[in-house]
Design a protein around this ligand. Sequence first.
Ligand code: NAP
Length: 246
Amino acid sequence: MSDWVLITGGSRGIGAATAQRCAAAGWDVAINYAQDSAAAEALAAGLHASGRRVLTLQADVADAAQVSAMFERLDAAGGRLAGLVNNAGIVAPAMRLHEMTLERWRRLLDVNVVGTLLCCQQAARRMSTARGGQGGAIVNLSSRAAEYGSAGIYVDYAATKGAVDTLTRGLGRELISEGIRVNGVRPGIIETDIHANSGMDASGASSTIPIQRLGRPEEIAEAIVWLLSDAASYTVGTMLDVAGGR
Ligand code: NAP
């Protein structure tokens, strides 16, 4: 039996690529998703061939009770939780500040920031060497938007990712004394469904990126799996930009 990694939003996009890469690296993989059970089950079916244990776990990461129940279902499966990837994240339709609503801001903050906090808290309770755990690694998905600010399209989304950066630096310093390494990855513009869901056509952005193309989910997964691994044993509280020079 190997160690579990839990990937929130692991059913599609960057999360799904990370689940595949983690299984190949020898992790047992728990795939969280919010709604699209068909995507989660299809991914899991493919991963069974890796010989690793695979679990699909429905939960809205913004909901404390659902997050708690998700970690308990993982506990019940047996084995050690050694990795957490806080990948679940949303954007909202592109618009300027004056059009945005309070409801939109609350949902972005709840999923992208509170969801990350809730999952870090649950994972840390299990991993902490101060609480009988054996340590672990956490990787938070931020965005290059945290630095650019996404003016005119979604400054609110960018602000939630700025919060993820700060949280990652702080928790990195707080939890390393308990054997938990916390780091983050800041993707540039990656080929996933997230852009269509915000009404944006990302394909035209290639010319604005020094490498002259969008990134692939697998290219982000490589960075995440490295940060989870012992190869990154001295990397703590760091944000790794994987953005084609953007
Ligand atoms: P995506 O293709 O839209 O996939 C999102 C995943 O998150 C899905 O598995 C979705 O599950 C899940 N999810 C959404 N809301 C959730 C919730 N409340 N609780 C649990 N799961 C939830 O996204 P992506 O492009 O791969 O992005 C992954 C992460 O990278 C996000 O944090 C995003 O902000 C960040 N990022 C992406 C880009 C990019 O260009 N793609 C750039 C920078 C940063 P369902 O299908 O069940 O809803």
